[in-house]
Ligand binder design. Structure first.
Ligand code: 5RP
Length: 262
């Protein structure tokens, strides 16, 4: 099976496969969004279908909800679940304190609400997302469409007072039109290059009227599972300060790979 996957997809898959070991029978699980999270949803579906695992999933996007239903994971809303045992999601960057930039897929708002409503957040990723300090990946801000250009100007003005290297902002597009989130909002991407104080940046940016949420996840992630192209995985737990090395044994599973489109 590894022969069919690129090293990057293998890395994402093994991270996802290792992360679903944290899921126990009866758990309520937040389901992230993106290509790595899609592997996790499929791995979870396999456990439900083949091992009879009983879980409910709270998806963080319509894309993830569709995939979860397709692979056999029961889906409920966050209001039905109320509080979750675990959320497993991808990330665009993570730093040594396991602070994150998320939102490359435009689902940061639901992702942050769901992760914050969970006892534990596990991030699954390949090693390319590891950084010393956050900011090389553009920081997404979800903004309401009403007056978005004024909001963008206010964001630019605010950035002048923050310790960041770059200050340009771009409206995210889907073809010619603005990219629209599941909540009906727009995304403004901030090209900051380096964010010296992510905690302060997160607080300050969320004060701007029109900004709904930003993609900095500060003190939310508990564990990062880093997959490698050769099947190795590292599990870093920020609370216990431990790092475990592991290797995933691949088991052929035709069902799992037949309909992945992310
Ligand atoms: C979506 C996200 C994703 O988790 C992030 O963009 C990583 O995606 P991928 O696993 O495809 O690299 O935050 O809003």
């Amino acid at each position: 099976m590894t022969g069919e996957l690129s090293p990057i997809d293998t890395a994402k898959f093994v991270a996802a496969k290792r992360a679903v070991d944290f899921v126990e029978d009866g758990m309520k699980v937040g389901l992230g969004t993106g290509s790595t999270a899609a592997w996790m949803v499929r791995c979870l579906g396999e456990l439900v279908r083949e091992d009879g695992l009983s879980v409910v999933g709270v998806p963080t996007s319509t894309r993830t909800a569709e995939l979860a239903r397709k692979v056999g994971v029961d889906v409920v809303s966050l209001d039905q679940a109320k509080w979750l045992d675990l959320t497993i999601d991808g990330a665009d960057e993570f730093d040594p304190d396991l602070n994150l930039i998320k939102g490359g897929g435009g689902a940061l708002l639901q992702e942050k609400i769901v992760a914050t409503a969970s006892d534990r957040m596990i991030v699954i990723t390949d090693a390319s997302k590891r950084v010393d300090s956050l900011g090389a990946f553009p920081l997404p801000l979800e903004v309401v469409p009403f007056g978005w250009q004024t909001t963008k100007a206010l964001i630019e003005e605010t950035l002048a007072g923050l310790d960041v290297l770059g200050q340009s902002c771009t409206l995210r597009l889907n073809g010619e039109a603005p990219f629209v989130t599941d909540e009906g909002n727009y995304i403004v991407d901030l090209h900051l290059h380096r964010i010296a104080n992510p905690r302060q940046a997160s607080l300050v940016l969320n004060q701007i009227p029109g900004v709904v949420e930003n993609g900095l996840f500060i003190d939310i992630c508990d564990v990062v599972v880093i997959g490698h192209g050769d099947g190795r995985v590292e599990v870093n737990d920020i609370n216990s300060g431990t790092t475990e090395q592991d290797r995933i044994d691949f088991v052929e599973s035709a069902n799992m790979f037949s309909d992945l489109s992310e």
